[in-house]
Design a protein around this ligand. Structure first.
Ligand SMILES: [Ca+2]
Length: 271
């Protein structure tokens, strides 16, 4: 009992003081009152808010931005192949067409009562994610992309596709998205599956759940929708107003003609 108390006292003292501006942090509570923990550093909310509010003139200048993200990158030199297989901006991917060699799913992600779960046919780690400047996340993509890039470079983001049978262009095996082994439930079913994608943003220490996901193996493009109110409510309180101004609602999910969710498009590249 005594030793526990002695251990916890210095921790309490740390929490009460907190780091000043520029100091390291994991959570807002690691910083002194009034500062926000962003990208591992205690910062004033004004600094973070300005980072979340991109210069509108910059957005205007890149008027080709929208078409760039999906089309220009894959501009084919070989126009004959282009119609058959749209190029992925990721380059060569492990999910390219398998000529006549698709193996079927064996239902390894179906619920099993008390048995051991079968290993996936393949696990494909994601090597990079880029958020498109499209839909409700046009402004957010400018902030998110540098964070995603450094997150992958520092191995802070782990997400993989687990396959049951052959997946990729032309094959119809089953698959799901996994951040860790724990994303497979005890009965062998999947926490996220193929229709939900867990997008971890290291600077926010937050997993954004993307719903109604569709992933195109040929173009590496993933599109889905995000519960905007839930996302904003999970953010550090100091960032909520800025996020409200940054993420636009563009999808009406309950049919009252007022949009409340936000569509997002990602390019998801495997290693
Ligand atoms: Ca609505």
């Amino acid at each position: 009992m005594t030793s526990r108390l002695m251990l916890s006292l210095p921790l309490l003292a740390l929490a009460a003081c907190g780091n000043s501006e520029g100091g390291g942090c994991r959570l807002a509570s690691d910083c002194v009152s009034g500062l926000v923990c962003f990208d591992g550093v205690c910062q004033t909310s004004a600094v973070v808010k300005s980072a979340m509010t991109p210069d509108v003139s910059e957005l205007g200048d890149s008027s080709k931005g929208d078409s760039n993200t999906s089309d220009a990158v894959g501009t084919p030199r070989d126009s004959e192949d282009a119609d058959l297989a749209p190029a992925s901006p990721c380059g060569e991917q492990p999910t390219a067409p398998i000529p006549g060699a698709c193996t079927a799913s064996t239902s390894i992600f179906q619920a099993v009562d008390g048995g051991a779960c079968s290993e996936p046919t393949r696990k494909l780690p994601v090597g990079m994610i880029t958020m498109a400047a499209e839909y409700g996340f046009v402004k957010m993509s400018e902030l998110a992309n540098p964070v995603l890039k450094s997150g992958f470079e520092k191995d802070e983001i782990e997400v993989a596709l687990w396959a049951d049978g052959s997946v990729g262009v032309g094959c119809t095996g089953d698959f799901g998205w996994f951040r860790a082994d724990g994303d497979r439930n005890a009965d062998c079913t999947m926490k996220y599956g193929s229709t939900m994608f867990p997008l971890y943003i290291p600077a926010f220490k937050l997993v954004i759940e993307i719903h109604e996901v569709e992933f195109d193996f040929a173009t590496s493009r993933l599109v889905g929708i995000v519960d905007r109110d839930k996302l904003i409510s999970e953010l550090d309180p100091a960032l909520r107003t800025a996020a409200t101004n940054t993420i636009e609602a563009d999808v009406d999910v309950d049919g009252d003609d007022v949009p409340e969710w936000s569509r997002v498009a990602l390019t998801v590249c495997f290693e």
